[in-house]
Design a protein around this ligand. Structure first.
Ligand SMILES: [Zn+2]
Ligand SMILES: [Zn+2]
Length: 355
């Protein structure tokens, strides 16, 4: 089995050859066919998040991420073998089936996990590709078949991103679903932004006004059906947003999460509006506190999504024929280059490693 691992934070990934594991207990062995390179992999690789205000960066090492680690939480592949205790719990899956791996695992035992929100577990997060090994490899093991979602004819290369960018945007849209009949302002037209545009349409939303400082990404957003695209750095960005919306802006989804984007997002909202922050770019909160009650703004964080939402998303993709986001398939050996390109902001759409 070949994998590309983070051996040291910020150092190039290390190519590792090891025996292919035998699944034990309820584990399932997957032959990886697709592993999306996600922006949050950059944070894992770099070892933390910028918290702004001159604070010490949030360190992933302090939060229990140990090295070496195989990243990759957007994985799809073929079932190779079930562990001895998984055979009666396959949920109808069989060897050879092509599945999406749900990666946002928790302890599996606490009230939050048992309630179906393993992604919100604080007892012991076991996120695949973060705390446990993920898909930057030709094989990976998954602790239980219940985390495998049958792709039933969907292309694993374009479906892999549903495990992260897909369910992240789906869950964020669900948080503003009640005002989806009005234009939603969306910050960021990278992989997440393009995914959001197609999901919003499939869910029956009016559409999104996309904000991005990169002209190429604004073009990609327009091509993907955005109602309008605004340069967040333009001095009149706020006026442009108001004009494009043609009415009060009730919801903002910020897929960037910088001081600049959350400021503009906050400022463009009408009274009672909601700002959903998804992106982890980092920095300090920029709002004047009295304006939060005066404008009665709701600020809500959204972190990936749960297993049920991931299944709902796959069902939506199938029933509404959601168009796949643009992907760039790359051989596994290009894992380092893909990360560097992402760091430089050179990628439009999603890089997918195809071991
Ligand atoms: Zn991700
Ligand atoms: Zn838990």
């Amino acid at each position: 089995m070949k994998s590309f691992q983070v051996a040291d934070f910020n150092a190039p990934l290390k190519e590792v050859d090891a025996p292919t594991p035998e699944p034990t207990g309820t584990q399932v062995l997957i032959r990886v066919k697709a592993a999306g390179v996600c922006h949050s992999d950059l944070h894992i690789w770099e070892g933390g998040y910028d918290l702004g205000h001159g604070r010490k960066p949030l360190s992933l090492k302090d939060r229990g991420v140990s090295l070496p680690r195989t990243m990759g939480h957007e994985s799809a592949g073929e079932i190779v073998a079930f562990g001895p205790d998984a055979k009666n719990e396959t949920g109808g899956l069989k060897v050879g089936d092509v599945v999406l791996v749900y990666p946002w695992l928790g302890c599996g035992k606490c009230e939050t996990c048992r309630g179906g929100d393993e992604n919100m577990c604080v007892v012991k997060p076991n996120l695949l590709g973060v705390y446990c090994d993920g898909g930057y490899a030709d094989h990976m093991t998954v602790p239980h078949p219940k985390y495998l979602l049958d792709l039933k004819g969907l292309d694993p290369v374009t479906a892999a991103p549903y495990a992260c960018s897909g369910v992240t945007t789906y869950s964020a849209i669900k948080k503003v679903e009640n005002v989806m009949h009005t234009p939603i302002v969306v910050f960021g037209a990278g992989g997440l932004g393009l995914m959001l545009l197609s999901l919003l349409k499939a869910m029956g939303g009016k559409g999104a006004i996309v904000v991005d400082i990169d002209a190429k990404k604004r073009e990609a957003a327009m091509a993907a059906g955005a109602l309008a695209a605004v340069d967040g750095k333009a001095p009149d960005a706020l006026e442009q947003l108001a004009k494009a919306a043609g009415g009060p802006i009730r919801a903002v989804i910020d897929l960037v999460g910088s001081a600049q984007t959350t400021q503009l997002g906050f400022d463009c909202l009408t009274k009672g509006g909601k700002l959903v922050i998804v992106g982890l770019f980092g920095g300090g909160a920029p709002w004047a506190l009295p304006l939060i009650p005066i404008k009665a703004i709701t600020i809500q964080g959204s972190y990936v999504g749960n297993l049920r939402e991931t299944q709902e998303l796959l069902d939506l993709v199938r029933t509404k024929n959601v168009a796949a986001i643009p992907v760039t398939p790359l051989p596994l050996a290009k894992a380092n280059e893909a990360l560097l390109d992402l760091q430089k902001g050179k990628l439009v759409g999603r890089a997918i490693l195809t071991p």
